[in-house]
Write a protein of this length. Structure first.
Length: 242
């Protein structure tokens, strides 16, 4: 009788341990429980280029911004006038159905070069080079869906995702000049994952359909330049999933 009781206790304990291990850690344990333990998938890489020049050859500033244009050039206004640029869709990655299970993790990096120079003859309060690189996610699963925060229709797109912002804003005396070159990196923490989208107010059905269907991920760069003689930005995007 005692042996039978001990055996039954051992069996129950074993099943409890197996169930615990199979259940895995919780969000309280690891933050992102859905992707915990999943293998990382490489889901593509893409690059695009933005130039700011006194003159662009062979074509001027794209009006409207060109689609699928990986090399966009914008004409700089004469100093000290500010120039705004909007380089839409400089690169893109098209993901097939079920490319990832629970997460889209992106890494963005930017190779940047520009020169600020004040040759106006007087001091200027602002020499500016500023840009934002961001990502848009397009999917049929988002058609007919409204933004849970604003109530506005998404029209099949999640815009302004994963933004990276760079700003150089300084006063410049007449004759001041500086050329800069740098590499900037933006890697995510949680990325775009199912749990976060549901927490933002999207229904589980919409989120599941988003990850089950094909998606197009596009990078755009927008910004402003003042007292900039020339500038280049190479935008690079790599995606990982599970």
């Amino acid at each position: 009788m005692k042996f039978t009781l001990k055996l039954a206790t051992l069996i129950v304990s074993t099943f409890a341990l197996v169930s615990f291990l199979r259940a895995g850690p919780t969000a309280a344990d690891v933050g992102d429980a859905d992707s915990f333990g999943h293998a990382s998938l490489y889901m593509g890489a893409a690059s695009g280029f933005v130039q700011l020049q006194p003159t662009c050859s062979p074509s001027p500033t794209p009006v409207p911004p060109a689609t699928a244009n990986d090399n966009q050039c914008f004409v700089l206004a004469p100093a000290p006038t500010s120039t705004h640029f909007d380089a839409d869709d400089i690169c893109r990655i098209k993901l097939p159905k079920k490319a990832t299970r629970t997460i889209i993790y992106r890494v963005l990096n930017f190779f940047v070069g520009y020169q600020l120079q004040n040759s106006t003859g007087v001091s200027q309060p602002h020499g500016v080079f500023f840009f934002i690189g961001s990502v848009t996610i397009e999917s049929d699963a988002l058609i007919g869906v409204n933004d849970p925060n604003t109530g506005d229709p998404l029209n099949g797109k999640l815009t302004g995702q994963f933004p990276y912002t760079y700003r150089d804003d300084r006063s410049m005396n007449d004759g001041d000049r500086q050329r800069l070159r740098m590499t900037l990196v933006r890697a995510g923490n949680a990325g775009l994952n199912k749990a976060n989208l549901v927490a933002q107010g999207f229904s589980q059905t919409v989120v599941d359909n988003l990850f089950a269907g094909p998606m197009t991920i596009r990078m755009s760069i927008t910004g402003d330049a003042q007292l900039v003689t020339d500038a280049t930005i190479t935008g690079n995007m790599r995606l990982f999933g599970d």
